[in-house]
Write a new protein. Structure first.
Length: 71
């Protein structure tokens, strides 16, 4: 399952760091964060998607505490 979310990221470097961290999460098949488009794309299995998104938010906030993801 693939979903897109609006994300607020302050810099391209932070977006790249978040993308790499999210890709390492167990259950994530693919992920990309577009700094210019302010979009987050996540691909993961449908069964764990909601709980996985909580981990994604925590992971992104560790890189940039003031980032926001509209779930």
């Amino acid at each position: 399952m693939k979903r897109k979310y609006k994300i607020t990221v302050d810099c391209a470097n932070c977006a790249a760091k978040m993308e790499n961290a999210v890709k390492k999460l167990e259950g994530v098949t693919d992920a990309s964060i577009s700094f210019l488009g302010q979009k987050l794309m996540i691909e993961a299995s449908e069964e764990r998607f909601d709980s996985l998104m909580k981990e994604v938010v925590r992971t992104c906030k560790r890189v940039e505490p003031d980032c926001e993801i509209e779930l």
